[in-house]
Ligand binder design. Structure first.
Ligand code: DP6
Length: 349
């Protein structure tokens, strides 16, 4: 027999960034973060997990290619779910898997991203969230979404926020064992339906400095990060929650842009400095800033993760259309800039 489960999980975009760990193994962050989960149709991971007594070892394929499962992060997620596995009864197949059987059974996992992994568009977030969710269903692990988020967190920090739709907060927590470092939903997926997310793919090259090593270097060397964590983020989290609750786009945009800019300033303050944005990213920022100033009230917010691609959040559909027109005017296709493609990542909020 074979028992299978398939899950689909969208990626999320942080508007208050997670940057820096206080525990590298458990993946515990130095600050809270807030993100918005995209609509599953656009940027998502689909994962099928299968279990069978005929499988001789745990194996995994990513986009059709077998990958190693020896990494500590995969093993942590697998171990945590196995520990919480329950009894499974499948009458149709005449199948009964007891709690204790899961230790002996092996898994085959196939995962697909509907976007290029190399494009630097947060694939690990959707990937680990999906893996943990699918495994929990397969093994009948009776945990709520927040408990599962704490497991996904051990695969990749940002993954914990993809267990929920809408706006999500990753609470950093205080416990040494990480049990209170988990995601909670701030607002459901229909709460702020006007927003439209457009990702301007500036470069599809894989980033040179991974988030994991970049944030390690920032924690070790950046004084600005210490200031950010103590003085800046706690206030911004409160203000951002308020802006989301009240559909206050002006505050939302101001906080989102400021937080992205401070995150990249921390990268510059790291020794040696890390450059994630390029000239095209800077030109996009200029373009949005000028437009927002001209309008008198913000139309679009920008945010950049550990790469040069711009995530642009428009206040409504009209602003989204105008934004695309502007981008096409300032960055015409096949010009000397490298901006040639867009992903309309309509959010699921
Ligand atoms: C800039 O979650 O990829 O996207 O926990 O080491 O796997 P690890 O890092 P990762 O870092 C994401 C950093 C970010 C900001 C964010 O998503 O909050």
């Amino acid at each position: 027999w074979v028992r299978m489960m398939t899950a689909q999980t969208p990626t999320n975009i942080a508007v208050i960034k997670y940057w820096g760990k206080r525990d590298e193994t458990l993946i515990l962050p130095v600050n809270d973060s807030i993100s918005v989960t995209l609509d599953p149709d656009h940027l998502c991971t689909t994962t099928t997990v299968a279990v069978s007594p005929s499988f001789e070892e745990d194996r995994m394929w990513l986009n059709g290619k077998e990958i190693s499962l020896s990494g500590g992060r995969f093993q942590s997620c697998l171990r945590e779910i196995r520990r919480r596995a329950g009894d499974v009864e499948d009458r149709e197949k005449g199948l009964r898997i007891g709690k204790s059987d899961w230790e002996k059974l092996h898994l085959h996992i196939a995962s697909f991203n509907n976007f290029p992994t190399a494009a630097g568009l947060a694939s690990s977030a959707a990937g680990f969230a999906c893996l943990v969710f699918a495994l929990a269903k397969l093994m009948n692990a009776k945990e709520d979404q927040s408990q599962l988020s704490a497991i996904a967190r051990q695969g990749s920090g940002s993954a914990c926020r993809s267990l929920f739709g809408g706006f999500v907060k990753w609470i950093m927590g205080n416990d040494k064992d990480g049990s209170d470092s988990l995601a909670v939903q701030l607002a459901h997926d229909k709460h702020w339906d006007d927003l439209v997310i457009i990702i301007a793919v500036v470069s599809s090259r894989q980033k040179e400095t991974s988030s994991t090593s970049g944030m390690r270097e920032s924690v070790e060397t950046s004084l600005l990060l210490q200031h950010r964590v103590k003085e800046v983020v706690p206030k911004r989290i409160v203000q951002m929650e308020e802006a989301i609750k009240n559909h206050d786009f002006a505050s939302f945009a101001q906080l989102t842009c400021a937080d992205s800019n401070q995150f990249h300033a921390v990268c510059l303050d790291t020794c040696p400095p890390i450059f994630y944005m390029n000239d095209t990213s800077h030109r996009i920022i200029n373009c949005v800033e000028k437009w927002n100033r001209l309008e008198g009230t913000p139309q679009v917010a920008y945010t950049f993760d550990a790469g040069p691609n711009a995530v642009l959040i428009s206040r409504d559909r009209k602003a989204a259309v105008q934004l695309l027109q502007r981008l096409l005017f300032y960055f015409p296709p096949n010009s000397d800039t490298d901006l040639n493609s867009y992903v309309i990542g309509d959010k699921s909020i």
